[in-house]
Design a binder for this molecule. Structure first.
Ligand code: BG6
Length: 804
C-alpha cells in the first residue's frame, strides 16, 4: 500500500510551507504536471553525491509534491548487494532533514512515510531493468493508478552511461502516455570530441527533451537569480550593462579543499574540465548573453546563450595561468600507485581571461578563476563599473549612496566566504535593485564586515528568505520540466568548442606550484594586458634566508634541501628561473643600497637565456643603472659572432635594459684583429679592469653553470689552468669547439660574495648525481672546486636535473 502524507493535522504549517516554496521556485506558475504515479530511479544511490544531496532532494520533492495528488516511489539502485545497499540507504534516510519550522515529531513522521516509499535494489543486468519495469507496472495496476512518468537519475561515472542507457531504452521505458526523464551528471566528456561522442551515444537511446544534463551551479539560488535580476532591473541596467560602463567582470570559485581522494578523476579533467568549462562558463553566459524579452521561454534563453557563445574570442595559451598545489603530485602517486619519478601537469588552479567580441562587451575583460587548496572558500560574480568621475569634495564628505567616487559594483555572491551565504549586492551609489520580496530579504547589517573593499553598509544587500540546496531545486525543476535550468546538447558542445583549444595548448604546460592555503600569499596573483594573462611577479627575496629570517610563502614553491653542503633550490624550470631572477634582483638592490653599485658576472650557454629574458622583461625594479655586468667566460670568437657569450647577453638582456655603456665589460678576446693571442694580454687586461673596478676583486654575484663533464665557467677537467694561483683571468682550452676560451679563475670566483650555480635539464642528471658524492677535486670536476672563501653558494637545479 502506498502511503500518502498525512498533512491534515498540520495543514496550516504545511500550507505556509507550500506557499513559500511555490513562490521561491516559481513552480506554481508552471503548468501542473498531470497527476499520476511517478517512479524515481536513483542510479548510484549509495554513492557520495546521492548520500550527500540527492536523497535529501528527493525527500524535498516528496514533501512538496505528494500533497498535490501525485503518488511516488523511490528506487535506490546500485551494483552493491541488496543487503549492503539497504543498510547504506537506511542510514541516509534516517538523517534526512525537514524544513526549518517542522516540529521534530512531525519530521520523524514524514521521514517514516518517505522511507516506506523507498527501496533499494541491485540493478545490473538488462534483466534487472526489465524486472524493475514489470514491478512498476504491476504496482500501478494493482493500486489502480495511472503512470505519469519515470525519472532516472544517473549518479554514476560517465563510463557507465552507455550501458545503463541501453538497458533503460530497451527494457525500462514507461508505456505510452507516460514520460521518461533521464538526469545526467557531469563530466560530459573531456574535450569537444569526447563530448560529441558521448552525446551521439546517448542520442541513440534518448530524445534530447528526455535528457536533463545537470550543472548544479544553475540550481544555486544566486546563479538562478542572475537572469531574473537583469530582467526585473532592466530600467536601471539597460544603460549600464555594456562596455561603456563595465570595467571588468570576475567569475570566481575558490575552494579550500584539495583533490585528495579524487585524483583519478582530477587527473583526467583538472580544474578547467571540472569547474571552468561548466560552472563558470554557465555563469559567464548568464551575465553576458542578451536578455530575452520573455525569460520563461527556454528556447529564447538557449538561443541567446548560443549567440553569446559564438561571440567568445578564441582562447590561446597566453589567455590562462595555471597552478598546482604542492601536495597534489604526492596524492596522485599514492592514490594511483605511481612511482616517485611521476610528475603530473594537471592544473588544480586556473585563471583565464575571456573576451567577448560583440558590440556590448568588446574590450571588457571577463576573469574566470577557480582552484583547490586556496586560502578561502567562496564563489561570486563581481561586475565592477568604470569609475568615470572625479570628486572635488573631500573624501570624508562622500556619502555612499551618492558619491560617484566610491566603487560601483554588483555582486552575485554565490555562497560561503565572509558573508557565509548567498546574496545579491548592489553598491548604493548605483541604484536600488528590485528583487522578489517574497523570496529575497534585506541582509541584516554585520558590523565590521567589509566586502570587496567596502563596508557591507555601502551595498543594498539581499539574501534568500529560505536557503535551499542546489540539488533540491534542480530535482524540483526536473519534476516540473523546467528545461532552462539544464544544459542542452548544443550548449554543451558550444562550451567544449570554446575550451578545447586552450586545453590542448596547455597539455605540456608546467603549472606553477603553490603551497596551499594562506601560505599561497601572492604566488597566484595574476594580471593582464591585452589578451594576455600572466602571474604577477613573485615577491623579492634574499638569495639565501638568514638563520632568523622567516620564510616567505613563495619559498614553498620550491624544494629546499642541501647539495654539497650548500643550500639547494629545486623547482620546475619556470619557477626556478623566476626564483633565481628574484634572488639576483634582491642581491642587486641590497648591494646598491649598501655600496652604490652591483657587480654581476654572468656565464654564457643556453641555461641562462631564460634567466636573461626573465630579468629583461619582468624586473622593472632592478637597479640596472648601478649594475656592472661582467662575463664569467668567453669563447675566442669575435664579439659579434653568434657563438659569443657576449652576443647571447646582448640579445637576451642588454638590448632590453638600460645598463650604462661603461658598466658593460665584455671579455677582450678579440684584440688587434687576433683571437685570444697570449701576446695581446687580453686576460691580464680583464684582470686589471676587475681589480680597478671591483673592490677586492670580489664580485657581488657570480652566476655559473655546470657542464655534463663537471666543467664550470671555462675551466675544464684534466687541466690545471685557473684552478689556483694568483691569476684572476686565464686562457683555457675546451674539449669542444670553439676550443680557445677566456675564463675567470677559480680563485676569483671563490672570492665572490655570492655564487649561484644554475643546473637545468635531464642531461645534467648524471653529473649532478656524481658531483653530489665527490669531494673537492677540481682537477677532475672543476665545479667541485667552487666554494666561496667567505661568501655564499646556492645551487639552483630544476627537477629534471635534480630528480631525473
Ligand atoms: C563540483 C566539482 O562540480 O563542484 C568539485 O566537481 C567542486 O570539484 C564542487 O568541489 C563545488 O561545488 P559547491 O556546490 O560545493 O560549490
Amino acid at each position: 500500500m502506498l502511503a500518502e502524507p498525512h498533512f491534515t493535522r498540520h495543514a496550516g504549517a504545511w500550507n505556509m510551507l507550500t506557499a513559500a516554496v511555490c513562490m521561491a521556485l516559481l513552480g506554481c506558475l508552471q503548468a501542473r504536471e498531470p497527476q499520476g504515479h511517478v517512479s524515481v530511479i536513483l542510479l548510484g544511490a549509495t554513492g557520495d553525491l546521492a548520500r550527500k544531496y540527492l536523497w535529501q532532494g528527493l525527500f524535498q520533492l516528496y514533501l512538496e509534491e505528494a500533497g498535490k495528488g501525485h503518488s511516488f516511489r523511490f528506487h535506490g539502485t546500485a551494483l552493491t548487494s541488496t543487503e549492503q545497499g539497504q543498510e547504506v540507504i537506511a542510514k541516509v534516510l534516517e538523517s534526512l532533514s525537514c524544513p526549518r519550522d517542522t516540529a521534530p515529531g512531525r519530521c520523524a513522521e514524514l521521514r517514516a512515510q518517505f522511507r516506506q516509499l523507498s527501496e533499494y535494489r541491485r540493478l545490473k543486468t538488462p534483466e534487472d531493468y526489465l524486472a524493475l519495469s514489470k514491478d512498476i507496472e504491476a504496482r500501478v495496476q494493482h493500486e489502480g493508478l495511472r503512470e505519469a512518468g519515470r525519472i532516472f537519475y544517473f549518479s554514476v561515472p560517465p563510463f557507465a552511461y552507455a550501458e545503463i542507457a541501453r538497458s533503460i531504452n530497451s527494457s525500462c521505458r514507461p508505456g505510452p502516455g507516460a514520460w521518461l526523464r533521464v538526469v545526467l551528471e557531469k563530466p560530459f566528456g573531456r574535450d569537444h570530441r569526447s563530448a560529441q561522442q558521448l552525446a551521439t551515444e546517448l542520442g541513440s537511446f534518448f530524445q534530447e527533451e528526455e535528457m536533463y544534463r545537470v550543472d548544479h551551479y544553475l540550481g544555486k539560488q544566486v546563479v538562478a537569480q542572475i537572469l531574473p535580476f537583469r530582467d526585473q532591473n532592466r530600467k536601471a541596467l539597460d544603460g549600464l550593462w555594456n562596455r561603456h560602463h563595465v570595467e571588468r567582470v570576475e567569475i570566481i570559485m575558490k575552494e579550500t579543499v584539495d583533490a585528495a581522494g579524487r585524483t583519478s578523476f582530477y587527473e583526467e579533467y583538472g580544474v578547467i574540465g571540472d569547474v571552468l568549462q561548466n560552472h563558470l562558463t554557465e555563469i559567464l553566459m548568464l551575465v553576458a548573453m542578451e536578455l530575452p524579452l520573455n525569460l520563461s521561454s527556454s528556447e529564447a534563453v538557449l538561443g541567446h546563450k548560443l549567440q553569446a557563445f559564438r561571440a567568445l574570442r578564441g582562447l590561446q595559451r597566453g589567455s590562462a595561468v595555471v597552478g598546482q598545489y604542492q601536495a597534489y603530485r604526492g596524492q596522485v602517486r599514492r592514490e594511483r600507485q605511481k612511482p616517485d619519478s611521476f610528475h603530473s601537469l594537471t592544473p588544480t588552479f586556473a585563471g583565464v581571461l575571456v573576451h567577448i567580441d560583440n558590440l556590448r562587451w568588446e574590450g571588457v575583460p571577463f576573469i574566470l578563476m577557480s582552484g583547490k587548496a586556496l586560502d578561502e572558500r567562496v564563489g561570486y560574480v563581481r561586475i565592477l563599473f568604470k569609475d568615470q568621475a572625479y570628486c572635488a569634495q573631500s573624501e570624508k564628505r562622500w556619502v555612499p549612496a551618492q558619491s560617484h567616487c566610491l566603487p560601483q559594483q554588483i555582486i552575485f555572491y554565490i555562497g560561503h566566504g565572509e558573508l557565509g551565504g548567498p546574496a545579491v549586492l548592489v553598491s548604493r551609489n548605483l541604484f536600488r535593485p528590485s528583487l522578489p520580496s517574497a523570496s529575497w530579504k534585506e541582509v541584516e547589517g554585520q558590523p565590521g564586515l567589509r566586502l570587496f573593499g567596502r563596508p557591507l553598509s555601502d551595498y543594498y544587500a539581499y539574501s534568500p528568505v529560505r536557503e535551499q540546496d542546489a540539488y533540491s531545486i534542480l530535482i524540483s525543476r526536473i519534476f516540473h520540466r523546467r528545461k532552462d535550468s539544464f544544459i542542452t546538447m548544443e550548449n554543451l558542445l558550444a562550451s567544449w568548442v570554446f575550451w578545447t583549444p586552450l586545453l590542448d595548448s596547455l597539455a605540456h604546460e608546467v603549472p606553477r606550484l603553490y603551497p596551499g592555503g594562506a601560505e599561497n600569499g601572492h604566488l597566484l596573483d595574476f594580471e593582464f594586458s591585452g589578451s594576455h594573462l600572466s602571474f604577477s611577479q613573485p615577491p623579492l627575496e634574499q638569495l639565501v634566508l638568514g638563520p632568523d629570517s622567516t620564510p616567505m610563502p613563495s619559498d614553498f614553491q620550491v624544494l629546499r634541501a642541501r647539495y654539497r653542503d650548500s643550500p639547494l633550490i629545486s623547482a620546475w624550470p619556470e619557477e626556478l628561473i623566476a626564483r633565481l631572477a628574484g634572488d639576483i634582483e634582491a642581491a642587486a638592490v641590497q648591494a646598491v643600497r649598501r655600496f652604490g653599485k652591483f657587480h654581476l658576472a654572468l656565464s654564457g650557454g643556453s641555461s641562462p637565456v631564460a634567466l636573461f629574458q626573465q630579468l629583461a622583461t619582468g624586473h622593472y625594479g632592478f637597479p640596472w643603472a648601478h649594475t656592472h655586468l661582467w662575463l664569467v667566460d668567453e669563447r675566442c670568437v669575435p664579439l659579434w659572432d653568434p657563438e659569443s657569450n657576449f652576443q647571447g647577453l646582448q640579445a637576451h638582456l642588454l638590448q632590453h635594459v638600460r645598463v650604462p655603456y661603461y658598466n658593460v665589460h665584455p671579455m677582450p678576446v678579440h684584440r688587434r684583429q687576433r683571437l685570444c693571442a697570449e701576446e695581446d694580454q687580453g686576460a691580464q687586461a680583464y684582470a686589471e679592469e676587475i681589480s680597478t673596478l671591483v673592490t677586492n676583486s670580489s664580485f657581488d654575484l657570480v652566476l655559473l653553470g655546470m657542464g655534463t663533464d663537471g666543467h664550470t665557467a671555462s675551466l675544464f677537467p684534466q687541466s690545471p689552468v685557473g684552478l689556483d694561483g694568483k691569476q684572476l683571468v686565464v686562457l683555457t682550452t675546451s674539449p669542444s669547439s670553439p676550443h680557445r676560451r677566456m675564463s675567470l679563475s677559480l680563485p676569483v670566483i671563490n672570492r665572490a660574495h655570492k655564487v649561484a650555480v644554475l643546473v637545468m635539464g635531464r642531461m645534467k642528471r648524471e653529473i649532478a648525481m656524481l658531483v653530489s658524492r665527490v669531494g673537492r677535486e677540481p682537477r677532475k670536476w672543476p665545479i667541485s672546486g667552487v666554494l666561496p672563501d667567505s661568501g655564499q653558494l646556492v645551487w639552483y637545479m630544476d627537477y629534471d636535473a635534480f630528480l631525473g
